[in-house]
Design a protein around this ligand. Structure first.
Ligand code: PLP
Length: 445
């Protein structure tokens, strides 16, 4: 069977490799709109859009056509040594036009992890170019998620991405996570919590030495760390601290980008003014692996000077700016624009947030949080203490598994269940999702 062959030959990402030998895989066979079907024909609402990644759903013919046309014309070329092609130029120009703040150049990579690794390398290169070899540190946040390659996993602030991998590397600092439900003091308002976190950030900068720090990286809304929506005024206060010490801001828009929070970029939703923006996932609806980072003049100019001094920017991957990926991204962005999917994310997103919050009275629900079409339902066994987990993650895993049986794909992040459906989702899809979740919570309770 396909299940037996999977166990025999296929080592999975983010999976307990030993337990998988017992449980085997869930084999997904085909997709249709916001739904996918397994190899027995069972239908699921893909309420995670895959991995927070498919804006246009799982059966968009226009993306297939764009890929086919590009495959026929020029299936592959690269951008080393000043080589270029139409789709790369068109996409770079389009992204610069869409940027919420003035940006100068786009650099293409294949995954969010690679893009974030590139951020760190380019910033090191820039510090050297500027005659500031001591300025090599980057600040990220506990619970932040930036990927799994050596540098990006180091910036990720989740224990399972470090444990037994000998990470994080030097020069990566983790500041506090803006998780009001878990980490605010008793009675502390969102604003006061944000003030405290900005003060903690400033203390870290002063303790390390402001001239040793290049940048801070953050997701506008944290995704994999538990869908942590920043408390009111958080990004304003953090940006004021960064500005004071001339520290760059990197917005990791890998999840938030292209509409997820109800505006085109999370940076727009939270009035962030990043110097670098990192994008992937909904850039191509992940019909093709493609990522990009956009940088402003301040970032680009010293890097250009250094590459001139050395003779080359010694960085780039074979598949960068892949013409098929770029063609798919252009068509995907066109669909997002033509069908008003960002407005849909705002409108149906507001409905999803409202409907999920009707579950707040359920004995297992500690908090419902989110914005636009991204949300988390945090499960607890005791609302008062917000804890009483038998074992962290057990309740979340149990509930997600039951929800899957009931036909809805979510993602458990410890005991918070994430919901991040494709941006084509309708109110009636949301009604089905929320009523199935309520029934599932009753079954698990
Ligand atoms: N950054 C963020 C915010 C992400 O959510 C992810 C993936 O989930 C990444 C980076 C890493 O992207 P990839 O899995 O494509 O390497």
């Amino acid at each position: 069977s396909i299940e037996a062959r999977d166990v025999a030959y296929h080592m999975h990402s983010y999976t307990n490799a030993r337990a998988h030998q017992e449980t085997g895989p869930l084999v997904i066979d085909r997709g249709e709109g916001a739904y996918v079907f397994d190899n027995t024909g069972k239908k699921y609402l893909e309420a995670m859009a895959g991995l927070w990644s498919t804006a246009v759903g799982f059966s968009e013919q226009r993306l297939v056509d764009a890929a086919t046309a590009q495959m026929q014309k020029l299936p592959y070329y690269h951008n080393f040594a000043s080589r270029s092609h139409g789709p790369a130029v068109d996409l770079a120009e389009k992204l610069i036009q869409l940027a919420p703040v003035p940006m100068s150049k786009v650099f293409f990579t294949n995954s969010g992890s690679e893009a974030n690794d590139t951020v760190l390398k380019l910033l090191w290169y820039r510090s050297n170019a500027m005659g500031q070899p001591q300025r090599k540190k980057i600040i990220s946040r506990l619970r932040g998620y930036h990927g799994v390659t050596i540098a990006s996993a180091s910036m990720t602030g989740l224990p399972n991405n470090h444990r037994s991998f000998d990470l994080p590397i030097a020069n990566v600092l983790h500041t506090t996570c803006p998780h009001h439900y878990r980490d605010a003091h008793e009675g502390e308002s969102e604003e006061d919590f944000a003030t405290r976190l900005a003060a903690e950030l400033e203390e870290m900068i002063l303790a390390e030495g402001p001239d040793t720090i290049m940048a801070m990286i953050g997701e506008p809304v944290m995704g994999a760390g538990g869908v942590v929506v920043p408390p009111a005024t958080y990004w304003d206060k953090v940006q004021a601290v960064l500005k004071k010490y001339d520290i760059l801001l990197v917005a990791d828009e890998v999840i938030c980008g292209f509409g997820r929070t109800g505006k085109l970029f999370g940076s727009m939703t939270f009035a962030m003014k990043p110097d670098i923006m990192v994008m992937s996932k909904q850039l191509t609806s992940t019909y093709f692996p493609l990522s990009a980072l956009m940088m402003n003049e301040r970032v680009f100019e010293p890097i250009a000077d250094e590459s001139n001094k050395i003779g080359v920017l010694g960085h780039g991957v074979t598949g960068a700016a892949h013409p098929v990926g770029a063609a798919i991204a252009l068509e995907n962005i066109k669909i997002i624009e033509e069908r008003g999917l960002v407005a849909n994310a705002a409108e149906v997103g507001a409905y999803m947030q409202e409907q999920l919050r009707t579950l707040s009275d359920h004995p297992l629900v500690g908090e419902v949080r989110g914005i636009g079409l991204i949300a988390a339902v945090e499960l607890v066994l005791d609302k008062e203490s917000k804890t009483a987990f038998e074992k962290p993650g057990q309740l979340g895993a149990k509930t997600a598994a039951r929800l899957l049986e009931n036909g809805v794909i979510s993602r458990a992040m410890l005991d918070a269940l994430a919901f991040c459906p494709p941006m084509i989702v309708t109110r009636s899809d949301i009604d089905g999702m929320v009523s199935t979740l309520r029934r599932t919570l009753d079954e698990v309770a």
